[in-house]
Design a protein around this ligand. Structure first.
Ligand code: A3P
Length: 288
């Protein structure tokens, strides 16, 4: 099957046809951001569905109703996906949204608004591994081939949403001042209550310790794996085949160690460090 079967081209990126369309991309262009919107930005496989669980709980003071009754894709929709136009009128303010878009693809209304951004980044080596397994189970993505071939596609920016380094650079260099906070997957994994506390403070929510711990408990990997509204068990097998790999697969930091050879690691290190040459920001992990 040709790549056109799976992807459409948009502003130099390939995007999955199953979830994006010309109409959905036009819809984003016209989308009206509100000042109290909160946008979680991620490169794929960096903790998007985790944020789809955490954000509504923070914004609703720990009320579990949204995560127990609404599938994640309608509860905290992707800005760029076709579902948004279908559910946008049902979203109650303050609205939580997620996106994989680079900063320069944000619509005009985003820049005119005071909408806040939480950028979640994950060690790119774990992103590659997670993305590799996701390509095996997602019927709407091209076959990943071998891990070695997949690594090259990732480093060349040939996968959906392009180069990881371009994504990070675009948001790290965006001049958003106190509208943006950065957090890592690893920080969330290390101490979820502390991460929830930091996010709620950023969002101006003064949550009690009891609510913070309740949120962390309901957003643990095991809780989400058992939540049919969050574990993609509602999705037909033809789109996501959990016999091949689970969406909520391992949920750990450092799984890359079981997948990279030393040659692949040095190829990764040399390309990523070249891509980031001259950047003034630092990353929370070593490239080694
Ligand atoms: P793994 O494939 O390494 O397990 P995204 O939502 O951006 O597509 O990212 C998916 C990755 O986030 C998967 O990684 C998934 O298991 C992990 N993840 C989702 N919810 C999580 C949670 N509550 N705790 C830890 N990892 C989580």
């Amino acid at each position: 099957m040709s790549l056109d079967t799976f992807y459409l081209q948009f502003q130099g990126l390939v995007l999955p046809r199953e979830t994006q369309s010309v109409d959905s991309l036009n819809f984003v262009h016209e989308f009206k951001f509100e000042d109290d919107d909160v946008l979680a930005v991620t490169f794929p496989k960096s903790g998007t569905v985790w944020m789809q669980e955490i954000l509504p709980l923070i914004l609703n003071d720990g009320d579990l109703t949204p995560i127990q009754t609404i599938p994640n894709w309608d509860r905290t929709p992707w800005l760029e996906e076709t579902r948004l136009s279908l559910v946008v009128d049902q979203l109650k303010p303050p609205r939580g949204l997620v996106t994989h878009f680079h900063y320069d693809l944000m619509p005009a209304s985003f820049h005119q608004s005071k909408a806040k951004v939480i950028y979640v980044m994950r060690n790119p080596k774990d992103v590659i591994v997670s993305f590799y397994y996701f390509h095996q189970m997602a019927g709407f993505l091209e076959d990943p081939g071998t891990f070695d071939e997949f690594l090259d596609k990732f480093l060349d920016g040939k996968l959906a949403f392009g180069k990881w380094t371009d994504h990070v650079k675009s948001w790290k260099n965006a001049k958003l001042g106190d509208r943006i906070m950065f957090i890592s997957f690893e920080e969330m994994k290390e101490d979820l209550p502390a991460a929830v506390r930091r996010m709620s403070t950023f969002l101006g929510k003064n949550l009690s310790e009891e609510v913070i711990h309740k949120i962390a408990e309901h957003c643990s990997f095991d809780a989400m794996k058992n939540n049919p509204m969050s574990n993609f068990s509602l999705v037909p097998k033809v789109y996501m085949d959990s016999d091949k790999s689970q969406f909520l697969r391992k949920g750990v930091a450092g799984d890359w160690r079981k997948h990279f050879t030393s040659e692949q690691l040095s190829r990764f290190r040399s390309i990523i460090s070249k891509d980031l040459e001259g950047e003034s920001f630092t990353l929370p992990w070593s490239l080694d």
